[in-house]
Design a protein around this ligand. Structure first.
Ligand SMILES: N[C@@H](CCC(=O)N[C@@H](CS)C(=O)NCC(=O)O)C(=O)O
Length: 198
């Protein structure tokens, strides 16, 4: 049984979405987190080393960081094909997009959001415009980041786009709108939102 350590309307919400897609046995444990406004506190029940969400426990074994959790869950519950397995030609692209999401897209967007720039660029990731250009180019030629196959990588990327599209860091374009629609119109997303909490 998977326990998802969750706080409503945060990065852990999309793991309810993924667990619903996977039809995995899971329970949600709602925990407190520190909020940007200084309220809230780390919950001692949360196994995440920094008290963040998401984290999961699988029979007592903790897993943290969104990309690691996505990979762990799609490997463990493969029947609905949410993540290409070892031996599948799409395994490499899948791992790349999971890592790219957390290691490139998130930091690049965060710097842009905070209006922080370095003259020579950042040492570990490209400028936000380059990362977005690559992502958009991929989605212009195919419905999902892996091609025709919806995967957990789209859960991470599509739900982030859904949240920020039209804001200062992400334009609202017909292509992006169509992608977000494909992701959030899935029945598992609706079920997840009903379980997300306030
Ligand atoms: N890199 C982490 C980020 C997790 C994260 O920052 N989560 C936020 C909620 S969206 C959080 O727990 N904030 C509370 C805190 O920073 O203590 C991941 O993707 O899993």
């Amino acid at each position: 049984m998977i326990t998802l350590y969750h706080h409503p309307k945060t990065r852990s919400s999309r793991f309810i979405f993924l667990l619903e897609e996977l039809q995995a046995p899971y329970q949600i444990k709602t925990v407190t987190v520190r909020r940007g406004d200084g309220s809230g506190a780390v919950d001692p029940a949360n196994p995440h080393p920094h008290g963040k969400v998401p984290a999961i426990c699988d029979d007592g074994v903790p897993v943290f960081e969104s990309s690691a959790i996505a990979l762990y869950l799609t490997d463990k519950f493969p029947k609905n094909g949410l993540g290409p397995l070892v031996g599948d030609a799409k395994r490499g692209p899948y791992l790349s997009w999971l890592a790219y999401y957390c290691g490139v897209l998130e930091p690049a967007w965060t710097m842009r959001f905070l209006k922080i720039d370095l003259p020579g660029g950042f040492p570990g990731w490209p400028p936000a415009d380059d990362a977005m250009a690559f992502t958009f180019k991929t989605l212009e030629k195919q419905p999902y980041v892996l091609g025709d196959t919806f995967s957990a990588a789209d859960i991470l990327i599509g739900t982030t786009f859904a949240m920020f599209m039209g804001g200062p860091t992400l334009p609202k374009t017909p292509m992006l709108e169509a992608y977000v629609k494909r992701v959030i119109e899935r029945p598992a997303y609706r079920r997840a939102m009903a379980k997300d909490g306030d």
